[in-house]
Structure formats: structure tokens, C-alpha cells
Design a protein around this ligand. Structure first.
Ligand SMILES: C[S@@+](CC[C@H](N)C(=O)[O-])C[C@H]1O[C@@H](n2cnc3c(N)ncnc32)[C@H](O)[C@@H]1O
Length: 201
């Protein structure tokens, strides 16, 4: 994400700049948490696709000093939280070494992903790539999320939402999609959420 995140015509981007967040996406996370209440002080969180870092900044405030946040992205963050309870790894979520390093710092109470593929202009290809990212995020959650935990992942609409929710309903007490108001009205993205991860049998 670049400085173009601060599109001057965009209410949410202006608000983010004024409030010190590097991306407008922070308001989507605030809205998701206000509705579903997955953060509380002391929880352990994994943030996949974290750059430039607005979700991470806000999450650190919500979880407090007793919580822990691990974040990963292909890009460096545009912010440098100095918190002792924060770990950032630059790398590809599909990379086994990255996955191992993230697993070693788990388990987590919340696994969240705002990761999105670079858009190609080919909507079929982009939604397939988005669906593949969500599948990979669910794989992370399968092995790193605590029983009772919550998974949240951004999905380009059309990207296999029904199949993903069907998969999630097998491993979580409930699963649903939700599109925050602060997503651009023209945006083709939504979030899929799984609540109450079931304990392994
Ligand atoms: C919309 S941005 C995330 C914004 C972030 N939530 C924030 O609030 O600052 C999507 C991010 O997903 C990352 N991403 C896409 N594919 C990835 C992959 N395979 N591994 C790691 N990160 C990836 C991109 O580099 C990009 O920074």
C-alpha cells in the first residue's frame, strides 16, 4: 500500500491521516471488533497482511501490555511500534519458514488477515488469488488458533465465499460474512469470520 491510500476525496483516508494511522483499513477492524467483540486486554493476536500497519497499531492499543501481537507481510510496515509484545516478520504467508516462525510464537486467540493480492485487472484471477489467501489463512488458524478462538479474513467477493464458509462451519461454532460500512461502496471485498474454534477430537 502506498501514499495513494490517502486519496483526498476519501473521508476514511482523511480521518486515518488525521488520527495517525497509515491506512484507512483501521476503521474496518474497529467496526468488526465493535460488532463481534473479539479483542480484549491480554489476548494473543496474529495479523496476516499487516502492512502498512494500521491494524497492528490499533490492535496493540486494544490488547494492552499483557497481550501479544505477531504480524507478517511481504512489505515492511510504515510504522515501528516499540512494544515488547510485538513481533513483525517480513515474508510470504505461503513460505514454510515464515509459517514455522509464526507458529513458534503461537498459539493465538485471534487470527486476522487483511491480506489481498495485487490486483491484475482480471477479476477472475484476482478473486481466485484472494480465495487462495483465505484458504491459507484458515490453514494457519487450523494449527495456531486456540480452541474458542476467532478467525477473520478479507475476501474479494465472488472468491468462493460459500465454499469457504462451509469449510469454516466444520471447525467453528459459527461462521458468517460481514462487509464493514467503511469498505468503499464500490469495493468488492468482504470479510469471512469464524467464531469459537472447535477443539480437536
Ligand atoms: C490492504 S493491505 C493491509 C492493510 C493493513 N491491514 C493495515 O491496516 O495497514 C494488504 C496487504 O497484504 C499483503 N500481502 C498480500 N499477499 C501476501 C502474502 N502472500 N504474504 C504476506 N502478505 C501479503 C500485501 O503486501 C499488503 O501489504
Amino acid at each position: 500500500m502506498s501514499a495513494s491510500s490517502y486519496d483526498s476525496s476519501d473521508f476514511w483516508a482523511k480521518k486515518a491521516k488525521k488520527e495517525g494511522y497509515p491506512a484507512r483499513s483501521v476503521y474496518k477492524l474497529m467496526e468488526l471488533d465493535a460488532k463481534f467483540k473479539f479483542f480484549k486486554p491480554g489476548v494473543r493476536v496474529l495479523d496476516i497482511g499487516a502492512a502498512p500497519g494500521s491494524w497492528s497499531l490499533w490492535t496493540l492499543q486494544r490488547i494492552g501490555e499483557r497481550g501479544f501481537l505477531a504480524a507478517l507481510d511481504l512489505q515492511n510496515l510504515g510504522v515501528s511500534p516499540a512494544n515488547n509484545n510485538f513481533f513483525f516478520l517480513r515474508g510470504d504467508l505461503y513460505d514454510d519458514a515464515v509459517r514455522q516462525a509464526i507458529q513458534e510464537r503461537g498459539p493465538y486467540d485471534v487470527v486476522m488477515s487483511d491480506a489481498a493480492p495485487s490486483t491484475s485487472g482480471n477479476s477472475g484471477l484476482d478473486t481466485d488469488r484472494s480465495e487462495a489467501i483465505v484458504e491459507a489463512v484458515l490453514d494457519y488458524a487450523d494449527s495456531m488458533l486456540k480452541p474458542g478462538g476467532t478467525v477473520i479474513a478479507k475476501l474479494f467477493m465472488g472468491g468462493g465465499q460459500k465454499e469457504l464458509l462451509d469449510r469454516m462451519k466444520k471447525s467453528y461454532t459459527s461462521a458468517r460474512a460481514f462487509k464493514p460500512q467503511s469498505c468503499r461502496s464500490v469495493s468488492f471485498e468482504t470479510y469471512v469470520l469464524g467464531f469459537g474454534k472447535k477443539a480437536p477430537k
